[in-house]
Every structure is written in C-alpha cells, then in structure tokens.
Design a protein around this ligand. Structure first.
Ligand code: AMP
Length: 396
C-alpha cells in the first residue's frame, strides 16, 4: 500500500510517501517539499509530478491513500475520510487556526480533483483528546462562549498517541499498545493489566505535555488553540486573558497587532531576546546571557507545572517520555525537568541522559520508580499509519 502524507503549513507544503506491507511496517519511498507557497494547487501538482518522475507513483492506481494532519475542526475530530464534512469543519474553525485550516481545506479539494477515487483521510490533531473528561476541557466562560466552541481541545495528538503506543510496548504492555492502535476505529476497549500511567512531553518548535491513562489522554497543556501551555518558539503559551485588554488599553495596541506580537514575538523569542531556537538560546545562556537563561528556566518551570498536574491526576506515573526536537536532543533540558524529583520516584541516570541523542532509549537510574524514556517523533509516519488503519477499517 502506498500512502502519501501531505503536510500543509501556512506557507509551506511538505510530503512523504510510504510503502506499507502490514499496518505498521513502513518504508519511506520519497520526501520533499516547497517553501514560500502561495498556490497550493500548483505545489500539489508539482509534488505529483515529482513522484511520477521518481517512478514511485505513475498513476493514481499506484497511490492507495493520502493522509492529512489537520489541526482542528468544528464539531468534528478523529481519523476520518477527508470529505465535505471535514472541509466544512475546517472552515468552521478557521479563526482558531488561520494559518493551517484554510491551506488544508484547499489541499484536500485539490487532491480530490487530481486523484478521484484515491481515499483521502484527515487525522485531526485534536483526535487523541476525545476522551478527556469534560471537567478537563471546559473553561469557566459564559455558556454562549462554550456553545461557540471556546474549550480546551489539545494538539500534537499524532505525536502523543504514538508515545502512548510505543511506551506501552517498551513497558511490555501489549494490551495497552493494542488499545492505542485501534483507538480511532473502536474507541477505548477494556484492558486487562494494572493501570498504566504515562506523561508525554513533546518539546519542539511548539511544545505540549499530555497525561495518558491506559493509552488514552486524560489531560493536555494545550487549550483552545496551540497558543497555550508551555512557551512556544514565538507564541506566548499560558497567559492571563486580562493581559490582552490591558496591553490594548495601556500600550494603545490594536487587536490585530496584539495577536501578531503574541504569535510572532512572544514565547522563547520574546523571553530570551535572542532567538526562537532552543539551540541558540542554550548557547547564549552558556555564555552568560541572563535573558536566555531565564527563557530556559521559564520553559522548565512551565513544563514541570504540567508534569506535576498530570502526576497528581494519574495518581502517579509509570513512564515519563521526552519526544520531538528539544526532547530528543537536549540532555540539559531533560535534566532540568527531572531535577529534585526523587521523592516522586523520578531519577535520571546522568550518564545515560548525556549520551542519548535522537535515538530511542531509557535514561532513568536503576532506583527510579518511574521509567524515563526518549522516543523520537515521526509525525508523518504516524499520519500514514492512521491513514492505513482508517482505510483498512473500511471507512472510506
Ligand atoms: P521540532 O519542532 O520537533 O522540529 O523541534 C524543533 C526545535 O528542536 C528547534 O527549535 C530546536 O530548538 C530543537 N532542536 C532541534 N535539534 C536540536 C539539537 N540537536 N539540540 C538541541 N535542540 C534541538
């Protein structure tokens, strides 16, 4: 089965083509992408020409599905056929994800025109959070706001679902791993063993922490939009809502400018004044830049706040997992997050932690009750796998 994953950003289009022999065993056949995209139709045409010229996809018959990592939709989530309902749902929430929903809607339409008959599948980033108890998703706002869609949704669902599945495998919990695999087809099925409690830290250009019980998310640091939780590269993260009217009135900023500054000049960039990239900030901090050090400290403080919240909600933790660019590569960040938590059973092995980079492995000390893992993220592969599962479940 050949599955194409289409990743549409606000100004970019990236793709990967995978060949599947079973539901999970995939080989990547091709990857590519275009920056500064203004015409998504043309970018998609170019992608299909590239795949044809590379000999991978000579005609639509060689392509068995296209997967889209859609962000969020109004009244719709899960892993579902990318049809008119998906397009309407993306359109309904374009104000929450203005950089992503319109490109995905345009991309799905274009693929439908170009590849009639090829199953198209949307995996919403919110899908993994469908089973969070309502108390964990509601904001204390007027009912009309809730009805309009103001609630906590959760993002990075593809990444955290992969962590739920892989950490269960690493802990020998096949029952939980199987539950996670079938989650979007069957919903949560019963598991046999004791409760499995995992806290997953996706730390990258955008970051989030998710609490996972028996393979199902029970809470997320992300909110209505990805403009919440940990400080992101350029985005503020958690912020008292009163800050917006306050700066509008005292600094005389119009709403559009406040939105621009919150999303482009906040986060790690705003804190450090150096860069939005963790590597540059770490280098500046190592040279004594106090604002860069403060950015790293705020990042760790916020992450520990959320790790603590889920440790309590889960009544403990069996595995703490680090994934994505920073989580996989930055040992100092992992050490900062785990510092002084021995009374909670979280103890890093400093040598294992320092040695591990961009590969899967365990970095906890022998006396750590909580296993600490690094698990590399591969979101495109996750989308491709879920696309295969959706097609095989016969939903298209
Ligand atoms: P992602 O969004 O998962 O691609 O992660 C991007 C972020 O990961 C970048 O902003 C970097 O700060 C960080 N990152 C990537 N590679 C490294 C590395 N080798 N060491 C430290 N941080 C890294």
């Amino acid at each position: 089965m050949n599955i194409l994953v289409a990743n549409l950003g606000s100004t970019s289009f990236k793709f990967r083509l995978f060949r599947f022999d079973g539901a999970d065993g995939a080989t990547m056949l091709a990857k590519g992408g275009y920056e500064r995209v203004t015409d998504y139709g043309k970018a998609i045409d170019d992608c299909l020409s590239e795949l044809k010229n590379g000999g991978h996809v000579k005609s639509a018959a060689d392509l068995h599905g296209v997967g889209f990592k859609t962000v969020l939709g109004k009244n719709l989530t899960g892993c579902v056929p990318a049809d008119e309902k998906v397009i309407a749902a993306l359109d309904g929430f374009k104000e929450i994800a203005p950089a992503h929903n319109p490109p995905y809607a345009a991309g799905i339409k274009r693929f439908r025109e170009k590849l009639p008959g090829v199953p198209l599948v949307a995996l919403f980033e919110t899908a993994f959070y469908q089973w969070i108890p309502e108390a964990g998703t509601r904001y204390a706002v007027p009912e009309a706001w809730s009805q309009a869609g103001v609630r906590r949704f959760g993002f990075h669902g593809a990444s955290h679902k992969f962590i739920a599945e892989r950490s269960a495998e690493l802990l020998g919990r096949t029952d939980v791993a199987n539950r996670v695999r079938g989650l979007y087809q069957t919903g949560p099925v019963a598991v046999k063993g004791p409760t499995l409690r995992v806290i997953s830290c996706h730390l990258g250009g955008s970051s989030s922490v998710t609490g996972i019980r028996d393979g199902v998310a029970i809470g997320t640091s992300m909110g209505l939009s990805p403009q919440s939780g940990l400080p992101q590269n350029n985005r503020a993260g958690d912020l008292d809502s009163a800050a917006v009217p306050f700066v509008m009135k005292t600094l005389g900023l119009p709403l559009a400018e406040v939105e621009r500054q919150m999303t482009k000049e906040g986060g790690l960039l705003g804190l450090s004044g150096v860069s939005n990239d963790h590597r540059d900030i770490s280098a500046a901090a190592a040279q004594g830049n106090a604002r860069a050090q403060l950015a790293l400290d705020v990042f760790a403080h916020s992450a520990r706040h959320w790790i603590g919240a889920f440790y309590l909600e889960l009544n403990g933790c069996d595995a703490l997992v680090f994934t994505a660019g920073i989580g996989e590569n930055n040992a100092a960040t992992r050490a900062a997050f785990c510092a002084g938590l021995d009374q909670l059973g979280i103890v890093l092995d400093p040598a294992k932690n320092a040695a591990l980079r961009a590969t899967e492995g365990e970095i906890s000390a022998a006396n750590s009750r909580v296993k600490i893992f690094v698990i590399p993220a591969n979101e495109e592969l996750v989308v491709a796998r879920e696309t295969v599962r959706c097609i095989q479940a016969g939903k298209n």
